[in-house]
Design a protein around this ligand. Structure first.
Ligand code: FES
Length: 176
């Protein structure tokens, strides 16, 4: 069912794992199966210097995460923004049609990461309406992109990222 390239990237994934010093993260969920992907980027001089990813998903989702990390590394943000799901599928020598929705995640995750990087200050300012700067930055690092997103996020994930005081403030805010 899968091409040799897909199997290679699935079995030997490139750039796998969270980037601890990431400048931004793109988080995307697959509405069809409920799987989740995070793409982390580190930017230097307008280029993607480092990229990492964590994918809770099927073989196609893992292979596309791996492939996009190779395609995006070293590219300018503008070039990386243009990488499409078609580019990824072609680089992987094709994906089964039934798996195309899984491969959408990678391009979307990368584009989200770049958009979040470009909107960093705006996002953090918005989150500062609820928590202090340090906690707002911590929320940004786990891919929270604003107050609406905060309302939908997993409480467990938030609790692991912010201070106790921050958690208290978020709970009070969500109660309103
Ligand atoms: S089945 Fe969930 S990402 Fe492919």
């Amino acid at each position: 069912m899968y091409s040799k390239k897909v199997m290679d990237h699935f079995l030997n994934p490139r750039n796998k794992g969270k980037l601890e010093d990431a400048d931004a993260v793109g988080k995307v969920g697959n509405p069809v199966c409920g799987d989740v992907m995070y793409i982390y980027i580190k930017v230097k001089d307008g280029k993607i210097e480092k990229i990492g990813w964590e994918t809770m998903g099927c073989a196609a989702a893992i292979a596309t995460s791996s492939m996009i990390s190779e395609l995006a590394k070293g590219k300018t943000l503008e070039e990386a923004m243009k990488i499409s799901k078609k580019d990824i599928a072609e680089a992987l020598e094709g994906l089964p049609p039934i798996k195309m929705h899984c491969s959408n995640l990678a391009a979307e995750g990368l584009h989200n990461a770049i958009e979040n990087y470009l909107n960093r200050e705006k996002i953090i300012k918005e989150l500062e309406e609820v928590v202090d700067r340090k906690d707002a930055e911590a929320l940004f690092r786990i891919g929270i992109t604003g107050i609406e997103d905060l309302k939908k996020a997993s409480m467990e994930e938030i609790a692991n990222a912010v201070s106790d005081k921050g958690m208290e403030r978020i709970k009070n805010f969500l109660k309103k």
